[in-house]
Design a protein around this ligand. Structure first.
Ligand code: BG6
Ligand code: MG
Length: 212
């Protein structure tokens, strides 16, 4: 194996929670009369909850106190968590699970590196609780992607050096974080177009070719 550990972003890589983030933010944006669409939603990939709200508020006409911001973000999270309850192990694609199993069998340690504070809940919904060797998420970081902290911690949780890790990301902020952390990175989905990655994946299963 070319890499001793593979660190996966969660939202948009292992599963597709993007639509739930969108619906939940849309409910809050509508309430505040703020224009919000899928293109703006794409800018929220990899970005923390409060930073995401700041991006949405770029189109807000009024002013909002920090206290109100925290309250609306909490409201979004409640809506989001209700939507996440729709997820079941059936939402984990066989391609993703088979690829993860194959990488593990080939000797790679598998970790999560996600900005989300809901990462463990999502993994549980997918039937992946206890599956990964380590989880680094929004609860153990001070600085969100593009800061490398979440990936640096994931590498240290699995006891590997950054240069021995590969990061898999669907967000530009996530690729920037991997690069800042001196890790190789593979882009999938929306992140491919920014051209920052060492590898561009057409499918998740392509990872087997990249990492072997
Ligand atoms: C990232 C998502 O994984 O987690 C972002 O790509 C999201 O869109 C961030 O804002 C924080 O998520 P949560 O679940 O803590 O609100
Ligand atoms: Mg993502």
């Amino acid at each position: 194996m070319k890499y001793r550990a593979i660190i996966f972003d969660l939202d948009g890589v292992i599963c597709h929670t993007d639509k739930y983030h969108y619906q939940a933010w849309k409910a809050v944006a509508d309430k505040l009369g703020i224009y919000f669409d899928e293109a703006i939603n794409n800018r929220l990939r990899g970005v923390s909850r409060m930073e995401s709200f700041e991006i949405i508020l770029e189109r807000y006409e009024g002013t909002m106190s920090e206290e109100e911001k925290v309250r609306y973000a909490a409201e979004k999270n409640e809506i989001y968590k209700e939507l996440l309850k729709n997820m079941t192990p059936g939402d984990l694609s066989p391609e993703v699970k088979d690829t993860l199993d194959a990488l593990r069998l080939a000797g790679a340690k598998l970790a999560i590196g996600s900005s989300s504070k809901n990462a463990r809940f999502i993994l549980e919904r997918l039937g992946l609780d206890g599956y990964f060797d380590a989880i680094s998420d929004g609860n153990n970081i001070t600085n969100s992607k593009p800061d490398p902290e979440v990936f640096v911690k994931a590498a240290s949780f699995v006891g590997e050096k950054p240069e021995d890790c590969l990061v898999v990301e669907d967000a530009k902020a996530g690729l920037e974080a991997a690069i800042a952390g001196k890790m190789d990175c593979a882009a999938i989905g929306d992140a491919v177009k920014c051209g920052l990655a060492d590898y561009n994946l057409e499918t998740f299963a392509d990872l087997k070719k990249v990492a072997e």
